[in-house]
Design a binder for this molecule. Sequence first.
Ligand code: 5GP
Length: 212
Amino acid sequence: MLGGRKGILFVISGPSGVGKGTLKDRLLARQEGIEYSISATTRPMRDGEINGVHYFFLAKPEFERMIASGDFLEWAVVYDNYYGTPRRFVLDNLNQGKDVLLEIDIQGARQIRERYPEGVFIFIAPPSLTELAKRLELRGKDSPEVIRQRLSHYDEEMAEIVNYDYAVINDDLEYTTLKLSAIITAERCKVVRFIRRDEIGTAFDQQTDEGK
Ligand code: 5GP
């Protein structure tokens, strides 16, 4: 039936340092009606971060208890810390017809794709390896050793691109945000989001009848 629909799960992923976090913030500021799923992590809180806003900061035993209870839709170890997407929040929102956004690493996106292939998977790519290296250095969050470790995964991570629905090169922040926003809008307009293909005729008949 036209009208009611299940929410759409949007997954933004890509190599570390590509600007996923910044893009996510910009996208949320401009796109209405999308719920961001706050991840849980065991990494230490950074300056300016707030528990329950940027992440749910958990101790390792608590995170492991949640893994054992099946509380995560996906989880992964990213640079020696656990990160995971709380299951309940995502499923509840999708069932209520609300769209949900995840900003997660490539391992996590792979798990979501296996369990929830109807999601929309968006790969954010850097313009080049050199540019990625420059950004990691400029943001100054990581030591040279950590940066080297992150860059060493570049080829492997880029090879994942073929498993995504969309690839967006983050060469210009404003234009990239616009592209992401356009993807969300277009996905929401897909006929298949409203009705199943075999129901199309019926749904349009009903709509015409209602319009009389
Ligand atoms: P940061 O610690 O810099 O905020 O994030 C490090 C990496 O962890 C980023 O690539 C980010 O996308 C990823 N990440 C954040 N939350 C999750 C999550 O819930 N699951 C997975 N698999 N990765 C996440």
